[in-house]
Write a protein that binds this ligand. Structure first.
Ligand SMILES: [Zn+2]
Length: 176
């Protein structure tokens, strides 16, 4: 890390703080040459996070792509860009806390939909209908009913499916 003032290449970290949301680490640095102090914000290496898609293919985590999916769901709804950004930040923070650098697209879908449900129910239904790719109209109706009925139903009715997905994912990671 070079000093922004004198460009000397030896600086020392005088303070480190993980920001709330966990999407960046803030560091106070001081130049060993001229004592100039400056702050850096370091984002975690998201390019190392791999997403396992439904068909088993791996691709690097792509924040822009995630955002595009959410924006489609909130289209013409009363949801601000700031809300979308903070939602993505929260999802990223959750992913960052995981020990593994591999996550299923299904798990990301769950994280997003859990957040979206608090923000806008219509956006939530739109999002869920895409990411779960309901092959069975009955399953979609149950999801819809659960939302319209309030909070009951979704947790009991829908959690067995994601759990199975998670188990598959774990067994996959143990195999090279
Ligand atoms: Zn300096």
């Amino acid at each position: 890390m070079n000093c922004p003032d004198c460009t000397h290449d030896r600086t020392r970290v005088i303070d480190t703080e993980a920001r709330t949301g966990g999407t960046a680490v803030r560091r106070r640095r001081e130049c060993r040459c001229c004592s100039f102090r400056f702050t850096t914000y370091e984002r975690p290496a998201w390019d190392s996070l791999q997403v396992k898609k439904r068909d088993g293919a791996l691709e690097p985590f792509d924040r822009a792509k995630l955002r595009a999916g959410i924006e489609r769901a909130v289209e013409k709804r009363d949801v601000t860009d700031t809300t979308v950004t903070s939602l993505i930040d929260q999802v990223e923070a959750t992913l960052q806390e995981r020990e593994t650098r591999l996550v299923s697209s299904n798990r990301i879908g769950e994280l997003v939909s859990a957040q979206l449900r608090e923000v806008d129910v219509v956006a939530y239904i739109r999002f869920v209908s895409v990411y779960k790719a309901f092959s069975d109209p009955e399953a979609f109706r149950r999801e819809l009913d659960a939302v319209l009925d309030g909070t009951s139903g979704v947790d009991e009715g829908q959690s067995p499916q994601p759990t199975t997905e998670t188990d598959n994912y774990h067994s996959d990671t143990t195999n090279p």
